[in-house]
Design a binder for this molecule. Structure first.
Ligand code: NAD
Length: 652
């Protein structure tokens, strides 16, 4: 039950919010704040007040259970006005997160101090919204317009030190936050209460040209999402037409956006990502303790997995085939971590200690201390069998043994283990130290403890873990194979590669399917197709265009020719030779080509995704349609603001 308590320490009152877990601005908190402010106003002994929160964080957002309910007075904008109107200065003392409505409350206070670990932000655009309680109007009256635009349209929180640099807070608290807040109060208690932000002039403004540039940049970055652009307009309105007009405009747009398809989609995926890894049958199952991770194969994936594991604080041992491969794996991890060092994400000291936690070996016996091993060797069943046979022999009996295979049957891989109950799939996405998605594959015999350990590992790595069953390609690659097939059919039926890609980009994908294939390289899937050719159903339609390209040594971006032709800068250009090849292929098959509109292309792709998604659900490979949406958005570039293929086609 939420509480707001008021205590008096000398002449400084302390308002404490206690509404676990995130001290959300629930109705009882809003009402409690107004009560506390009334008491402070009436008590002549009180000269100033501190607003602080119990638990792990300051106010970190709204109460999601009130979403979709009729608003209950006092609403947040009125509470903030009430804070602002206090004749006695109020100091927001911030720890943890001050996000969304939480930061807006802090902006209603007269001063803000934050401890060193605090994060402050207005992340509403991530849910397809704009701040709804004065954030777009008050923020540019406290910090520069440029910083306000970046904070609001980007939706990324900033650290206490960045907040201090930009003037968002008045001081950084060292030591106990409440003590620092009381010390701060002493320095301002005899000064007049500062002018509330709404009554101040904006810190600065932009010229018309600068606004145009801002809108263009925000629109480009948003890739089809409308909220950032609307947020920028709201900021401009508040600056140019005054605070009152700005507040009215902001509220109107906030309410409009709350009912928009994009916000519904973004809220859907926000909640889906948080619920998808919660499996009731693993409730209460204690995961194994993890401290050392083994990685078999230090290639593209293995090095990425090793990097992610090091960054999560594990000791890592890479097993490779020979000394050269060990050195390459080691060097690749070093390159990844050097990237983090250069970008300021880790210190030199941390870099050194991470590198010291990495070792390589050719001897499987060195895996004796590994608590979990991820295999990332060549995609070949006999190689995988060989590896799992050795793992079974050399790893301790409690170690969880995982395969990162893209397509192979992990039940079949597990047969080489004495105890297949500890074999699972951990399907990472490339680059594995950056991509957030991880499919956790439940083999037929996997026991609950191994699975619980895999989920605990994923949490430590900061991944979004999606459980799935064994099938060809699991959730994501299986859906991608299905829609790729339909894209290839469209090529033969009349579309050109760049037309399909253009339609996908216009829909919101970062790149089209064919450009993506060029980037990945065409020869790997060509090798797979050749390997699987003898098993192909001869009655099924087969499009050989990808094979023809490889036969012409067009392997993709890396050799400058693939579905596209690449100029010296690496920019893709549609290639008349490929168009001719596609058209000739239709003619050879006696297909009369027809035009495809963008809408038809997207409809075809969506229905292929939807159909395969339905099959995946019927077979129990995915637990829910949400799991499919989470995979397609986080691993395959499906536009987030469309909510995923299952959400989009269900809500139509
Ligand atoms: P890769 O060719 O870059 O790396 C494979 C590494 O395994 C090589 O360094 C090789 O020396 C090593 N290796 C081979 N046999 C070994 C053995 N017996 N013992 C120790 N090391 C051995 O391949 P990759 O792209 O990293 O793919 C690895 C696995 O991950 C494959 O199963 C692949 O399907 C899967 N995968 C790849 C991607 C991707 O985008 N590349 C994404 C997800 C999953």
């Amino acid at each position: 039950m939420a509480t707001v308590t008021l205590t008096l320490a000398d002449d400084v009152a302390v308002i404490t919010i206690n509404n676990p877990p995130i001290n959300a601005t629930s109705h009882s908190v809003r009402a409690g704040l107004v009560d506390a402010l009334d008491k402070i106003e009436k008590d002549a002994a009180i000269k100033a007040a501190i607003l602080i929160c119990d638990g792990k964080t300051f106010i970190a957002g709204a109460d999601v259970s009130e979403f979709g309910q009729p608003p209950k007075n006092p609403i947040l904008p009125d509470v903030i006005k009430r804070l602002e109107a206090s004749t006695k200065p109020i100091i927001a003392a911030i720890h943890g997160h001050a996000l969304g409505g939480g930061l807006e409350v802090a902006l209603g206070c007269h001063y803000r101090i934050a401890d060193t670990s605090a994060k402050l932000g207005l992340p509403e655009v991530n849910l397809g919204l704009i701040p709804g309680a004065g954030g777009t109007v008050r923020l540019p009256r406290l910090i520069s317009t440029e910083n306000a635009i970046s904070l609001i349209t980007g939706g990324k929180p900033v650290s206490a030190s960045a907040a201090n640099d930009m003037g968002l807070i008045d001081a950084i608290a060292h030591g106990e936050l409440i003590d620092a807040a009381k010390d701060f109060a002493k320095t301002i208690i005899d000064q007049p209460c500062p002018t509330p932000l709404v009554d101040r002039a904006p810190v600065d403004t932009l010229s018309d040209d600068q606004w145009q540039e801002t809108f263009a940049a925000v629109t480009k970055k948003a890739r089809g999402q409308i909220a950032p652009q609307i947020a920028a307009t709201a900021i401009r309105t508040g600056i140019e037409q005054g605070a009152e007009a700005g507040l009215l405009h902001e509220r109107e747009k906030f309410v409009e956006l709350r009912d928009s398809d994009q916000s519904k989609a973004l809220r859907h995926i926000f909640f889906a990502e948080r619920s998808v890894g919660k499996l009731p049958d693993l409730d209460g199952v204690k995961p194994n303790t993890l401290s050392e991770i083994g990685v078999i194969g230090g290639g593209i994936m293995g090095a990425g997995i090793a990097t992610a594991s090091l960054l999560a604080g594990f000791k890592v041992k890479i097993i490779e085939r020979n000394e050269d491969a060990c050195a390459t794996g080691h060097a690749t991890v070093e390159k990844h971590l050097t990237g983090s060092l250069k970008r300021g994400l880790i210190s030199q000291e941390r870099f050194d200690s991470l590198m010291a936690s990495l070792s390589t070996s050719m001897d499987y016996a060195d895996l004796g201390n590994a608590d979990l091993v991820v295999e990332a060797v060549f995609e070949d069943m006999s190689v995988k069998h060989d590896v799992f046979g050795k793992l079974s022999l050399y790893c301790k009996p409690t170690a969880v043994l995982a395969s990162n295979t893209s397509y192979l049957d992990i039940n079949e891989i597990a047969v080489k283990c004495v105890n297949p109950a500890r074999v699972i799939g951990l399907h990472f996405f490339s680059p594995a130290h950056i991509m957030k998605l991880l499919e956790i594959v439940r083999t037929d015999k996997a026991d609950a403890q191994s699975l619980a350990t895999a989920f605990a590992f994923a949490r430590k790595l900061g991944k979004i873990a999606v459980p799935c069953g064994v099938c060809d390609g699991f959730i994501g690659n299986r859906i991608m194979s299905a829609y790729r097939k339909h894209c290839e059919y469209m090529l033969e039926d009349g579309a050109l590669p760049h037309q399909i890609d253009d339609a996908m980009v216009a829909f919101g994908f970062p790149m089209g399917l064919f450009a993506m294939q060029d980037m990945a390289g065409l020869e790997i899937s060509w090798a797979t197709r050749k390997r699987l050719a003898p098993f192909r159903d001869p009655s099924e339609r087969y499009v050989a265009l990808g094979d023809y390209l490889c036969e012409m040594e067009r392997f993709g971006k890396k050799n400058g020719l693939g579905w596209y032709r690449y100029d010296e800068t690496g920019k893709a250009q549609p290639d008349a030779d490929v168009d001719a090849l596609v058209i000739a292929d239709s003619a050879k098959k006696g297909i009369t080509r027809r035009n495809f509109t963008h809408d038809e292309i997207i409809e075809t792709i969506l229905s292929a995704m939807r159909n395969e998604g339905d099959k995946i659900l019927a077979e129990g490979i995915a637990n829910s349609p949400d799991a499919i949406d989470v995979v397609m958005i986080n691993g395959y570039g499906f536009p987030r603001h469309k909510g995923g293929p299952m959400f989009l086609t269900r809500s139509k």
